[in-house]
Ligand binder design. Structure first.
Ligand SMILES: [Zn+2]
Length: 401
């Protein structure tokens, strides 16, 4: 694979045409001119540039309306790569995607329990090299690397300011990776890249309104997209819903406050509550699954037991849904979103948590419309934040502003 910076001279018209080709999949020059209201000579000259840059190729002939069949234009899927990494508190998930954001290959790596900024940066480099080496003979060019980092991210500098679950601060991710790989690197909060990934794959006309994506894993964060644009807030804190206090006298959170939503409804909270119930002598299939070794209990063990009709586990997940429902109701009252998409490991529990969420929202939201806010589980699966990280780079390539 060729490394080195992907050179791309942007202009509004050029990006508009490129995006048109992406959204349509295949389109003629004449149709682009018609849809974008640009003159046919302008379209021809920009398309010529795009073809010379290798981003667009001429495909088969399209349908004719009587005259000569038009030549169709498509994105050069074989020409480029983009990498996306989801850096969670426990794992790094990596995908390598084509220019359409479709995953070509993926990989998961566990983080060590003791970690420093340098160890994390070295692991990111190793992981990127590992993925690039999976395609050693390719002629494709790497457009860039997107990083979805949990915690608070300064997107301008590409630094992670604070990753509470790892207790790391000021990690210069962008600078370090750009120096090492000599390509564009973009860093964003993991819940926000998830939100980007979700909107990338929906039809253009459905991007209106406010869409909130909730990442519910070892931590809880939200990505807020209003009219197709990500909201960051003044100090990059917008969407830190996991640290919304819902109980003044609750447990201490990794952020230092007490009773945050994520102390009730994250993957680690599910595990802690399961351990507490078992320590009080409750009977459960969980004990059989881990052969009485309590250190082996995790949120996914609780899900496994719930699937086998274990009542304690079913109740634990249902209560998690109720807590999430309270957080989501607060979110609805704050933003009144069009749609809420749930993603992250905890959502693997599916209907076990979804009923609690929907019932709580239906019981607590202020109006009938708010009660019926659309709440769905993401279809992008485990790699949704990694895909969103790749989209972070693609967005830059395709966005007009
Ligand atoms: Zn907190």
């Amino acid at each position: 694979m060729q490394k080195g910076s992907f050179q791309w001279m942007k202009s509004i018209n050029k990006t508009m045409i490129l995006n048109k080709i992406r959204v349509c999949g295949s389109i003629s020059r004449a149709q682009i001119a018609k849809d974008t209201k640009l003159t046919p000579p302008t379209v021809s000259s920009i398309v010529k540039e795009l073809i010379e840059e290798g981003i667009v190729i001429e495909s088969q002939q399209g349908q004719s309306n009587g005259g000569r069949k038009p030549t169709m234009l498509v994105l050069n899927e074989q020409g480029f790569y983009v990498l996306g990494l989801d850096v969670g508190p426990v794992k790094i998930r990596t995908v390598i995607c084509n220019i359409n954001g479709e995953v070509l290959s993926n990989h998961i790596r566990n983080l060590p329990s003791r970690i420093t900024n340098d160890i994390l940066l070295d692991l990111l480099k190793e992981e990127i090299h590992f993925m690039l080496n999976r395609f050693p003979d390719s002629h494709r060019q790497l457009i860039g690397i997107g990083i979805g980092m949990h915690g608070v991210v300064d997107v301008k500098q590409g630094n992670c300011l604070f990753a509470p679950n790892l207790q790391l601060r000021n990690i210069p991710i962008q600078e370090e990776l750009e120096n090492h790989f000599q390509v564009t690197v973009k860093v964003e909060n993991d819940a926000r890249v998830m939100a980007l990934g979700e909107t990338w794959f929906v039809n253009e006309h459905k991007k209106n309104g406010t869409i909130v994506t909730l990442n519910i894993g070892q931590g809880i964060g939200a990505g807020i997209v209003v009219e197709g644009r990500l909201i960051h807030g003044e100090h990059n804190l917008a969407g830190e819903i996991g640290h919304m206090s819902i109980d003044l006298s609750g447990h201490k959170c990794s952020c230092g406050n007490f009773g945050c939503l994520q102390t009730f409804a994250s993957g680690s909270a599910i595990k802690e509550r399961a351990l507490k119930e078992l320590s009080m002598g409750k009977d459960s299939l969980l004990l059989d699954i881990v052969k009485s070794d309590l250190t082996k209990i995790e949120a996914k063990t609780v899900y496994e037991a719930a699937c086998k009709s274990d009542q304690l586990s079913i109740d634990l997940l249902h209560n998690t849904g109720i807590y999430l429902g309270i957080g989501i109701t607060n979110l609805i009252h704050l933003l009144n979103p069009t749609k809420i998409i749930l993603a992250g490991g905890v959502t693997n529990a599916g209907d076990f948590i979804l009923k609690g969420i929907r019932d709580t929202v239906a019981g607590r939201a202020l109006t009938q419309d708010a009660k019926s806010t659309e709440i769905v589980i993401s279809k992008l699966g485990e790699f949704s934040a990694a895909i969103g990280s790749a989209v972070l780079v693609l967005e830059d390539l395709f966005s007009v502003s």
